[in-house]
Design a protein around this ligand. Structure first.
Ligand SMILES: C[S@@+](CC[C@H](N)C(=O)[O-])C[C@H]1O[C@@H](n2cnc3c(N)ncnc32)[C@H](O)[C@@H]1O
Length: 285
């Protein structure tokens, strides 16, 4: 990533609003006025990388230039916040591993339909979908070959998806990972932890913008969706749209996890709220 140059231009309020409104239109992410200085340093890096001198030029470039798609992706890489870790928010993961997953598995065993479709929508660097993969392996154990397991993982940022695909992590990413899981599902080399292939091969990564209606409609038949810690960057209107799409993506009775500090209050009444110890999960009726 490039560092900011000393002569980085100041971002005037009106230019900040033009660009943040454009980012909002393209991604649903909304940056309030308090985020102007954070945006200034990030946009200055993109200006430098594109060889442009003013934010006006940059705005017209990403809005109209026929070759803008690649730069829009770089801009998304720059402005997204990718904080995550393995087994983030243990009570939610416990609800998934101890209650929801065994319930789905038992029901499907009974119906003799052994397919499992899980989606980590806004997966960042992959810790979330790989954590889910670990729990699937723990749950299915030796019956795994009888199952068709698909863990779909998507994010807006191409750069973060590249990192996710490598499956290589530092200590900080594993701060909630037990010693047993560290040794069972990771190989340690050169101070890094590499996720083992048996987990890696369960997860398929692709770029999906949660505001892209067409791509969202292509995701169907999910048993469980994790869409955690991303709706906080969206305004109410975009949240409503995203949640309506996620509802359609779920099978009847399917479960939706959002971040523990997020809520669907005022966003959707379509889900039933299911309570677990220290965690709440939304279920499609
Ligand atoms: C804070 S991380 C959350 C990662 C993970 N879900 C977790 O809870 O640990 C938020 C992620 O949302 C992604 N994101 C932001 N806007 C998005 C959008 N419009 N579509 C898809 N992903 C988006 C960011 O790139 C970032 O990786």
């Amino acid at each position: 990533m490039m560092t900011q140059t000393a002569q980085a231009p100041k971002l005037a309020d009106d230019k900040f609003r033009m660009i943040r409104d454009l980012i909002y239109e393209m991604s649903g992410m909304y940056f309030g006025d308090g985020k102007k200085y954070l945006m200034e340093s990030r946009l200055a890096r993109r200006l430098g990388a594109c060889g442009l001198k003013t934010y006006d030029e940059y705005y017209y470039f990403i809005k109209y230039d026929p070759g803008r798609a690649q730069e829009i992706n770089r801009l998304f890489d720059e402005v997204t916040i990718n904080e995550t870790s393995f087994f983030r928010n243990p009570p939610q993961l416990d609800a998934f591993a101890k209650k929801i997953l065994p319930g789905i598995v038992a029901e499907k065993e009974q119906k003799n339909t052994r397919n499992l479709r899980i989606w980590s929508a806004a997966c960042s660097s992959g810790e979330e979908p790989y954590s889910l993969g670990i729990y699937v392996l723990e749950s299915l154990k030796f019956s795994l070959p009888k199952w068709k397991v698909e863990i779909h993982a998507s994010d807006l940022s191409e750069e973060i998806l590249q990192k996710a695909k490598t499956g290589l992590y530092g200590d900080n990413s594993l701060r909630n990972t037990t010693p047993t899981y560290r040794s069972r599902y990771f190989v340690q080399a050169n101070g890094k932890y590499a996720i083992r292939d048996e987990v890696k091969q369960l997860v398929q990564f692709q770029q999906i913008n949660l505001s892209d209606k067409l791509k969202m409609r292509s995701m169907r038949g999910m048993d469980v969706i994790f869409c955690r810690n991303v709706l906080i960057y969206f305004d109410m209107e975009s949240k409503k749209q995203v949640i309506a799409h996620l509802y359609d993506s779920l099978n009847p009775g399917g479960y939706l996890f959002i971040g523990h500090s997020e809520s669907l209050h005022g966003v959707s009444k379509a889900f039933k709220l299911v309570h677990f110890p220290k965690a709440m999960v939304y279920q499609k009726a």
